[in-house]
Design a binder for this molecule. Sequence first.
Ligand code: ACO
Length: 387
Amino acid sequence: METKNIGLRGIEVADTKVSNIDGEKGKLIYRGYDILDLTKNSTYEETAYLLLHDNLPTKQQLDEFKTKLKEARFIPKQMQINMGNWRKDADPMDMLQAFVSALAGYYDEEFSSKESSYDKAINLISKTATIIASWNRIRNGLEIIDPDPSLDHAGNFLYMMFGEKPDPEIEKIFDICLILHAEHTFNASTFIARQVASTRAHMYSAASAAIGALSGELHGGANYEVMRMLLDIGDIEKVEPWIKEKMEKGERIMGMGHAVYKTYDPRAQVLKELSRKLAEKTGEPWYKITEKVETTTISEMKKLKGKDIYPNVDLYSASLYYMLKIPMDLNTPIFAISRVVGWAAHIIEEKFAEAAPKTALYRPKAVYVGKYCGPEGCEYKTLDLRK
Ligand code: ACO
């Protein structure tokens, strides 16, 4: 018997109102709004409100939401002390996963009302940013910087990282990056979050499982690998031979290809332009090298497999974050800082079944291809009889 539906590709598992992707047209919609409109007109906070509540906030709703986010930014002192006990070279994604899970040990994890779930979502959005910025300070032997209530989410994160209020242009670029990464239907980490929520585990637990899924290089971990690739290539002249050699060996080029988009990923489109602008400002070569990686991979793919391939969200975010002076191994945690709102929106939807009245505990079927020892099964031999 052959296993069908490997990787659950194309299998419908639940209804959702949170977002939609049109992989053929290259469109991404958050609760009815085109991502391109949101990046032009919205902020991360407005987008987060939209994803959680199914409508854009009024001025008063936004003010209240922002106040709650600001109030939730602090993490417990004990948590900071515990972070200090970690190995300084620990992977920030492992650290984030552990400390998001640990939030349940400090805050009420009760998960039976929709209203209280919004507070947990706010706690997650604000505290993941503080956890990462704090960890970056701790591992570098620096004092943790307290959140600044005069700054919005993007600006405050950069402030907690670097200890200086960011240039407004940089803050805006970073805010757009957060909007772009906030949600993406049933991607690997979001599906994991929904799956854990379907067991009725609490929100911190579901978010922590999602962080584990995001860390893998075929998912969120790709943006770290992209930057490693760019540094390894180092020079625009070396792009072609580097890419050709990898692809001839059958290796994958990180930041290229997508399970759903069969055309240009709209997020990559926006990030490409931001990366170009930032490279103009900083004079760094990374945008041009990335662009050459894109065109070379496209032409090699055509030559070797006769297929089309396009950049995904990770290709241009890597160079962008590098030029923002964000340490490379924080690329994926920053993805998590943004995506946490998408996870929370899906966890709430899964749990309270607003769009999916038939949600149930996820339990796919496996095709057993293990040992058969006849109709009665294998005879158990005690240790002394085994050869
Ligand atoms: N480089 C080289 N070849 C590729 C790439 C790539 N990046 N992506 C796909 N291919 C090739 C595969 O080798 C395969 O060839 P084959 O048919 O001869 O076996 C063909 O294209 C189709 O590959 P699939 O894995 O079936 O394509 P799928 O659409 O399922 O893969 C995936 C999507 C996993 C993202 C893939 O494109 C990939 O590995 N990309 C690199 C990792 C990456 O950038 N991940 C981030 C994705 S976005 C995100 O998660 C946030």
